[in-house]
Design a binder for this molecule. Structure first.
Ligand code: SAM
Ligand code: SF4
Length: 335
């Protein structure tokens, strides 16, 4: 019997988020600067290495894999990786294989993802206005994403929309977004902007729209019933009594969710971040690359890393400066 991954605070680690690339076909203003420097391709884990890495985590008790990036669907050959993970779903070791995507490539991949065993996708979309969409993503085009959402639903994938709450940008679309998700039977989760990485001239505090304010606005129109549902992550959910919709709030800055944290994050270069809000990481690549035929050193490196998982994070927007700012980009660690 393999001993499961338990951290020093008795949290079982059952959820791995994997960034499969730092590249993206969009340049969202809160995520990247326009002229991003990406990692040299040789730094990235190969698809085979990603398979070995994820399979080792699954063997150690990870039951949920979320594939992210950058934009996971722009990674060349990514379906080979998804197809390889199917065997863990079939064996029952893996309970869920899912991804977070900007939706731009779903027209091409939705059917294949469903065939690989993916049943749910999170699609990021901050506005339903074509001009605003082009502004916020810089390179993205709304009609292509809407086609991707159509393709996902037609393929049988359950869609959740992730919307970053941005002051002065999508405040006026709160109810439009809620109603649109209702009309398409999609869940909706709002995310607070986090201080990740240098994004050029954009100012984080200018972008920050507190979700407690968003929630209060929502409560002016709807009756909000708190749901007990917990995913082990920073999301909290309510049900809108009038429509039955589920709405999520991801508030890593204003709420402490660390006590129930069940997740770790693997970057596309094989670094394991034990906490989204801390700089500490363990480089698993040497254990992987120096021992091609033997997973024992990798298992050992993973266990040693989990033993260093911190109790919580240090983000703080409470003063008028961004404390606890992270130097790495969200696209590196995966959102
Ligand atoms: N490219 C994919 C996408 O956009 O869904 C996956 C990667 S993206 C980094 C994952 C999520 O992180 C997206 O929902 C995005 O909106 C969110 N995100 C990116 N930068 C963020 C930031 N600074 N604060 C909060 N959320 C952010
Ligand atoms: Fe790309 Fe996602 Fe970052 Fe936007 S949020 S730039 S789509 S990685």
């Amino acid at each position: 019997m393999t001993v499961p991954l338990i951290d020093p605070f008795q949290r079982a680690i059952s959820y791995l988020r994997v960034s499969v690339t730092d590249r993206c076909d969009f340049r969202c203003v809160y995520c990247m600067s326009e002229n991003m420097t990406f990692l040299p391709k040789k730094e990235l884990l190969t698809l085979e290495e990603l398979d070995r890495m994820c399979s080792t985590f699954v063997r150690l008790g990870v039951e949920k894999l979320r594939i992210t990036g950058g934009e996971p669907l722009v990674r060349k050959g990514i379906m080979t990786f998804f197809n390889a993970m199917t065997r863990h779903l079939e064996s029952g070791a893996l309970k869920e294989l899912t991804l977070t995507t900007n939706g731009s490539q779903l027209g091409r991949f939705a059917d294949d993802l469903y065939a690989a065993g993916v049943r749910r996708v999170n699609i990021s979309l901050d506005t339903l206005d074509e001009t605003k969409f082009a502004d916020i993503t810089r390179w993205g085009r709304l009609p292509q994403v809407l086609k991707g959402i159509d393709a996902a639903q037609a393929a049988g994938l359950r869609v959740k929309i992730n919307t970053v709450a941005l002051k002065g940008f999508n405040e006026d679309e709160l109810f439009t977004l809620v109603e649109w998700c209702k009309s398409r039977d999609m869940d909706l989760t709002f995310i607070e902007v986090m201080p990740m990485g240098d994004i050029g001239n954009e100012d984080r505090l200018d972008q920050y729209w507190k979700l407690s304010d968003l929630r209060a606005r929502l409560a002016e129109e709807y009756t909000l019933a708190d749901l007990d549902e917990r995913s082990g992550g920073p999301a909290r959910y309510v049900r809108l009594e009038e429509t039955g919709q589920k709405i999520g709030f991801i508030t890593p800055l204003t709420h402490n969710f660390c006590e129930s944290c069940n997740r770790v994050r693997l970057t596309c270069t094989g670094e394991l971040y034990m906490c989204l809000g801390q700089e500490d990481m363990a480089d698993l690549r040497p254990a992987l690359r120096n021992h091609p035929g033997d997973d024992a050193p990798l298992e050992e490196a993973i266990r040693a890393a989990i033993a260093m998982k911190p109790k919580g994070h240090d983000f703080d927007y409470s003063r008028q400066s961004v404390e606890g700012r992270m130097s790495r980009h969200m696209s590196h660690t995966g959102g």
